[in-house]
Design a binder for this molecule. Structure first.
Ligand SMILES: Cc1cc2nc3c(=O)[nH]c(=O)nc-3n(C[C@H](O)[C@H](O)[C@H](O)COP(=O)(O)OP(=O)(O)OC[C@H]3O[C@@H](n4cnc5c(N)ncnc54)[C@H](O)[C@@H]3O)c2cc1C
Length: 390
């Protein structure tokens, strides 16, 4: 969708955001009442029946959705309320976690495509200009201002169009790829080499199981849960240099390996005709100190700032929360407050420190595979502790 084509002329904005995922769309909507905002996303072919991994949203996100003014719309999208979680983490004895114990409420299992789309629509309705046909971006900083040269797909196969955009504030919300930050010379600090092998399994309507099932394995860890589309997600997180990785891209082998675990043994897809996808999943992101060396007016949010290991199940919350914090920081920056970015980056340092501590505790809680490389890599220096509630 192009709500405002970039054309060939030069345009002036208060804020340009690269990436219209949950973080970028949420930030754009938060800024719009006061500021002229351009939201850029790349051109992508959307396959019929496309699906996206990352469906668990904690109850603590409710207040952020309310602040966005889209909570009612979110509820109307038909996401499923999260049921209990059950884990075989350091032992084969299942440990149950009832979401009623979460003071913020149970949270949801999302229809992820609908969720992302709802945030984008919310931004456009607020008056944000969205261009989601970007093929190439060139970023530069000149005369105290950011310049963005955007090459976009022309409508219906027409020649590409080019637009030049000027703005005092440039935000990288392009996810783990950190497209803007990379182009400006920043490198990603990767915490590990975690990847996720996953499939959306077609299952019988009589599979009424609402629990999130989590199992530690010698190679890594599994989870499985039904999502609102009626399918069941089956996901294995392991290292990219795992010797079994290639073979496990075969649906039969992936399922057979999962079924060795008591909690996953009952998973029975109606057909084996489903693709197994592979995605990078390791935590990591920008070094706040390096970010502070870029010219003023550069910010990063969501996964571009800090991507979480999926065991934390906090990526979407972080996308919404960093959008919220960054909206304040940008408002202050545009009002001339000198340390607005530094204070935002301080907050990000604190978030990362808390996250790394809890992550270490979660992995260190698995001692039964202590000799396996996957677990050794994650437990050096870690201390025992609990599992994040998926
Ligand atoms: C295996 C796995 C499981 C996960 N499970 C969960 C979960 O259960 N719960 C949870 O909360 N989180 C989960 N996450 C994390 C969650 O999906 C992310 O944290 C969230 O999507 C981050 O949102 P974002 O907007 O920062 O980035 P993204 O969602 O990645 O959006 C980035 C946007 O930027 C655009 N973009 C990229 N490059 C460019 C470019 N060059 N030019 C223009 N646009 C660009 C993309 O098209 C996209 O629209 C999981 C992640 C993985 C890998």
């Amino acid at each position: 969708m192009i709500t405002q084509p970039p054309g060939r002329s030069t345009a002036q904005w208060d804020v340009v955001i690269v990436g219209a995922g949950p973080a970028g769309a949420a930030l754009a909507r938060r800024l719009r009442p006061r500021h002229r905002v351009l939201l850029l996303d790349r051109a992508r072919a959307r396959a019929a029946g496309a699906s996206r991994i990352g469906e668990s949203l904690p109850g603590a996100a409710r207040v952020l959705l309310q602040r966005q003014g889209i909570y009612e719309r979110f509820l109307a999208q038909g996401h499923a309320v999260r049921g209990a979680s059950v884990a075989q983490w350091d032992s084969d004895t299942p440990a149950w976690f009832d979401p009623i114990r979460d003071p913020h409420g149970a949270g949801w299992h999302l229809d992820r495509l609908l969720f992302d789309l709802g945030l984008r629509d919310g931004a456009v309705e607020a008056g944000v200009s969205l261009v989601d046909t970007v093929r190439r971006l060139a970023l530069s900083h000149e005369g105290g201002c950011w310049r963005i040269d955007a090459e976009c797909l022309g409508p219906g196969g027409a020649a590409p169009s080019r637009g030049v955009h000027h703005t005092p504030v440039l935000v990288d919300a392009s996810g783990r790829g950190m497209a803007a930050a990379r182009q400006l010379g920043l490198a990603r600090r990767g915490h590990d080499r975690l990847v996720c092998l996953y499939a959306h399994l077609p299952v019988d309507a009589d599979d009424k199981d609402q629990a999130t099932r989590l199992c530690a394995d010698a190679n890594g860890w599994w989870y499985s849960v039904r999502v609102p589309s009626g399918q069941r997600v089956l996901a294995l997180h392991l290292d990219s240099d795992d010797a079994e990785l290639k073979a496990l891209r075969d649906p039969e082998r992936l399922l057979a390996k999962a079924q060795r675990h008591g909690l996953l043994a009952g998973i029975r897809p109606t057909t084996m005709d489903f693709p197994v996808h592979l995605r990078p999943a390791g935590g990591g992101g920008l070094d706040p100190a390096a970010t502070a060396t870029l010219p003023d007016g550069f910010f990063a949010i969501g996964d571009a700032m800090l991507a979480f290991d999926p065991i934390a199940s906090q990526g979407l919350f972080n996308a919404l929360a960093t959008a919220d914090s960054c909206a304040h920081a940008i408002g202050r920056y545009l009002d001339g407050v000198g340390n607005a970015r530094e204070r935002y980056l301080e907050e990000m340092r604190a978030v990362e420190a808390r996250y790394c501590q809890r992550l270490g505790e979660t992995y260190a809680a698995v001692t039964r595979y202590a000799r396996e490389r996957f677990w050794q890599r994650r437990t050096a220096g870690g201390a025992g502790g609990g599992v994040f509630a998926l």
